[in-house]
Design a protein around this ligand. Structure first.
Ligand code: ZN
Length: 162
């Protein structure tokens, strides 16, 4: 309806909260992890099935705020059918964009995820938006649980007994 990026953002958040995509449980996922954002109370699980090198199926569930839920829903759409390296590159770009280090115009992969670019101006919400992507990375790295408060960059410093 409107070209205003802020109202597009609102629309996308609302839409994905009303109808979260790939929401639920996978029967026998090859990879899964749990993500925590203590600042907001977001607590999600991300599970996927890697067949060969490709994410064949992916699902998320949990208790989270609207931003986290919309981000998780859009993430599952974005990485489903992608190769591991593509999904991980996208996770890096999303996190860089959400933290203000990447202009979405400079990315060829961000696509519709660019609606989250304004989040970098809302420091309290940045972790809500990137939690699903941190959790995806944790699952790839066989880290059972990741927390936005545990480390600046959990994808490079696996936690727990992994
Ligand atoms: Zn949140």
């Amino acid at each position: 309806m409107s070209a205003d990026p802020r109202s597009l953002y609102q629309e996308v958040i609302l839409d994905h909260n009303r109808k979260p995509r790939n929401h639920g449980v996978l029967a026998h996922p090859s990879h899964h992890a749990e993500g925590l954002n203590p600042l907001c109370g977001d607590h999600i699980q991300v599970a996927f099935d890697l067949v060969g090198d490709t994410i064949n199926a992916i699902a998320f569930q949990g208790e989270s705020c609207a931003i986290c839920k919309a981000s998780a829903s859009m993430m599952t759409m974005a990485v489903k059918g992608k190769r591991k390296d593509e999904a991980q590159a996208l996770a890096h770009e999303f996190i860089d964009m959400a933290t203000g280090r990447l202009d979405p115009k400079d990315s060829q992969h961000i696509g519709r995820l660019a609606v989250f670019s304004g989040i970098s101006e809302l420091p309290m919400r940045v972790k809500c938006a990137i939690l699903p992507w941190h959790t995806l990375q944790a699952a790839f790295n066989a880290v059972a649980t990741t927390s936005t408060e545990a480390d600046e960059d959990p994808m490079h410093t696996p936690l727990g007994d992994a």
